[in-house]
Ligand binder design. Structure first.
Ligand code: CP
Length: 311
């Protein structure tokens, strides 16, 4: 496959449509190899340092398992275990880790911290979620849609909920692959304007489209997939009460799903809160692809690691 050797993955828009296509093709190939029990160890001798400032189940375990399956060594760390937690600078940490390991995965609060880390590191830096982007999640989402629907270009992906990091990465993912991303969010929960503009610019070149509304029914109408995320993300716990009121009418329930195509998928990056952003009948029902979507984190990220680090 074409190489992304030495590059970072801070946002999906770091990549071209062709590079995203190659990542998805390699992810499908790797998934097939794993299912057949074929060995695939292109990262033998490579080490991935993983820094987590926030809790994680899927990102932490899928990167750790993926790196091990590829023959490499994952090293899970949190800020408090590092001198970073005692005030050592991001710049110094980036340069030190660059001398020890082959890539850094980081989940932290501010996207600007990850950009700073990447600017001082001489090795690839992968964003495992920041306030602005969740590119690894969006790659897995694309993979799930591609293997279920057989194509991406021309699909309508409806997103109902908070205009957050997950929506930002979906906007870029959809634009890069020629999809129509139709977002519905309450007033006051708009996505970042510059990311929307960036996605619109990409979509103009790929035949994709970005639209938004405050009416979930409009976004979901005729959609091939309906996606939602938690109403109060990590770090927004104190806003929970207000958010519960502001998001009334945004729950993905069977009535909302019925407005999408009859074979529409339900997607959620997880963790999910049944009875809030999604009804239990939907997430536990036949249209839900959430566990396949979570499993695809492993395959999408293995492809990413191989393209960033492989020889
Ligand atoms: N979707 C996601 O990133 O899950 P974790 O927070 O468990 O990593």
């Amino acid at each position: 496959p074409p190489s992304l050797k030495g590059r970072d993955c801070l946002a999906l828009s770091d990549y071209t449509p062709g590079e995203v296509e190659s990542l998805l093709a390699l992810a499908l190939e790797g998934k097939e190899k794993l299912k057949k029990g074929e060995a695939w160890h292109p990262l033998s001798g490579k080490t991935l340092a993983m820094i987590f400032d926030k809790p994680s189940t899927r990102t932490r375990v899928s990167f750790e398992a993926g790196m091990a399956q590829l023959g490499g060594h994952p090293l899970a760390l949190n800020r408090q275990e590092l001198q970073l937690g005692r005030g050592e600078s991001t710049a110094d940490t980036a340069q030190i880790l660059s001398g020890f390991v082959d890539a850094i995965l980081i989940r932290t609060h501010w996207h600007s911290d990850v950009k700073e880390l990447a600017s001082y590191a001489s090795i690839p830096v992968i964003n495992g979620l920041t306030d602005l982007h969740h590119p690894c999640q969006a790659l897995a989402d694309l993979l799930t849609l591609k293997e279920t629907k057989g194509k991406l270009a021309g699909l309508k992906l409806a997103y109902v909920g908070d205009g957050n990091n997950v929506l930002h990465s979906l906007l870029e993912a959809g634009a890069l692959t020629g999809m129509h991303v139709a977002a519905a969010f309450p007033p006051g929960y708009e996505p970042d304007e510059s990311i929307v503009q960036q996605a619109e610019l990409i979509a103009q070149k790929t035949g994709g489209m970005v639209t938004w509304t405050h009416d979930p029914a409009e976004a979901v109408a005729g959609a091939d997939a309906v996606y939602t995320d938690v109403w109060a993300s990590m770090g927004q716990e104190e806003e929970k009460e207000k958010r519960m009121k502001d998001f009334v009418g945004y729950q993905v329930d069977p009535i909302m799903m019925a407005k999408a195509k009859s074979d529409a998928l339900f997607l959620h990056c997880l963790p999910a809160y049944r009875g809030l952003e999604v009804a239990a009948e939907v997430i536990d029902g036949p249209q839900s692809a959430v566990f396949r979507q979570a499993e695809n984190r492993l395959h999408a990220q293995k492809a990413l690691l191989v393209m960033l680090l492989g020889d």
